[in-house]
Design a protein around this ligand. Structure first.
Ligand SMILES: [Zn+2]
Length: 69
């Protein structure tokens, strides 16, 4: 049996956003991790700053300790 070298390990983490003062809702953002590298986040900040990690990605990075950003 040949090892599958293209197989990647992909994980989804949920990070809490900032509470919306109007609605009182606490948003949750999806942070994508692939091969121990933090790739993306579903929050709006990523739409206009695509090449810099947002605070959720940084928070996950600080929390996990073994991931790359
Ligand atoms: Zn984010």
């Amino acid at each position: 049996m040949k090892p599958n070298l293209t197989e990647t390990k992909k994980y989804i983490y949920w990070e809490l956003g900032t509470r919306n003062k109007k609605t009182g809702k606490l948003p949750k953002y999806k942070v994508t991790v692939k091969d121990y590298k933090i790739l993306d986040c579903s929050c709006p900040a990523r739409d206009f700053r695509r090449y810099s990690p947002c605070k959720h990605m940084k928070r996950l990075y600080d929390k996990m300790g073994h991931l790359e950003l």
